[in-house]
Write a protein that binds this ligand. Structure first.
Ligand code: HEC
Ligand code: HEC
Length: 243
């Protein structure tokens, strides 16, 4: 038996110790942070940057990660995809003079947080699935929705979704990317400049696209962007007023 008082203070001490340990663990290990907390931490980085000098991502990638003509969209891309890209920038496996230095300024925990934030923002959708409208004369739409079986080139839509909105955690959205960015990425895979990604799927696809094919399909996905409504305001985390 112990005195109620002693028991309380022992409990209080244990409680505060585990609080301190919990804090430490959550700072050290990404997996220790509950998902809503991680998303909130990610939103802070996205909109305000970090004290270690990583800038606000929103400054380039858009207030809601929607992207623009110069910077790719991040909103709604799968968690595994975004994490792999940020890690690749940080390690230098994916080369870009701007993003490499920013990714290096984020700790692994901060990278996981900002990825958690962007991956839960709404992915783009399109009003009409383009599969219904393509004819062989429309090269971009045809490649996107039908591929070119004589070349064993699958339709982009098979992996990136009928509306180009991305599929699962690994296949990123294409709708919402600029034509220029898409063409640069395809070229980067052709020239071994960008790491191959899962199963080397994209280098195999890119190798089958001529410059004219790449331009047509890139324009197709860039034009799809205009059919996408602005991302709707999301739940509690994103509803907080911005200054
Ligand atoms: C000064 C502008 C700028 C800022 C600020 C910026 N980025 Fe980027 N980001 C870029 C550019 C440019 C690219 C395209 C790189 C390329 O062509 O490979 C990019 C690409 C990315 C990609 C790859 C997207 C994809 O679809 O593969 C991710 C992920 C990313 N940025 C995350 C972030 C995060 C997280 C932050 C904030 C910590 C951030 N960026 C801040 C310019 C910026
Ligand atoms: C067999 C599946 C598959 C097909 C078909 C496919 N892709 Fe991809 N694509 C991927 C995967 C997987 C990734 C992610 C690569 C990574 O993680 O680096 C990707 C990434 C991309 C990206 C990079 C997006 C970004 O945000 O940086 C572009 C651009 C792209 N694909 C264009 C296309 C185009 C255009 C076609 C059709 C001509 C196509 N893809 C067909 C699997 C596919």
């Amino acid at each position: 038996m112990y005195a109620p008082d002693g028991g309380r203070s022992r409990f209080a001490l244990r409680g505060s110790l585990s609080f301190v340990v919990g804090m430490w663990v959550s700072l050290a290990a990404p997996s220790a942070l509950a998902q809503p907390d991680r998303i909130a931490q990610g939103e802070k980085i996205a909109t305000g940057g970090t004290t270690q000098g990583a800038p606000a991502c929103a400054g380039c990638h858009g207030a809601k990660g929607e992207g623009n003509a110069d910077f790719p969209r991040l909103a709604g891309a799968g968690q595994a995809y975004l994490q792999a890209q940020l890690d690749a920038f940080a390690s230098g496996a994916r080369k870009n003079s701007i993003m490499q230095q920013f990714a290096q300024k984020l700790t692994p925990d901060e990278r996981a947080a900002v990825v958690a934030y962007y991956s839960q923002l709404p992915a783009p959708g399109t009003a009409k699935p383009a599969a219904q409208v393509a004819t062989p004369a429309e090269l971009g739409a045809w490649l996107a929705t039908r591929g070119r079986w004589t070349d064993q080139l699958p339709a982009c839509a098979q992996c990136h979704g009928a509306d180009g909105g991305g599929v699962g955690s690994q296949f990123p959205p294409l709708a919402g990317l600029s034509s220029n960015y898409i063409q640069e990425q395809l070229k980067a895979w052709k020239t071994d400049f960008r790491p191959p990604g899962p199963l080397g799927l994209m280098p195999a696809v890119a190798a089958k696209l001529s410059d004219a094919d790449a331009a047509a399909v890139a324009q197709y996905y860039a034009a799809l962007l205009t059919a996408i409504p602005a991302p709707a305001p999301q739940g509690a985390v994103n509803a907080a007023p911005k200054k």
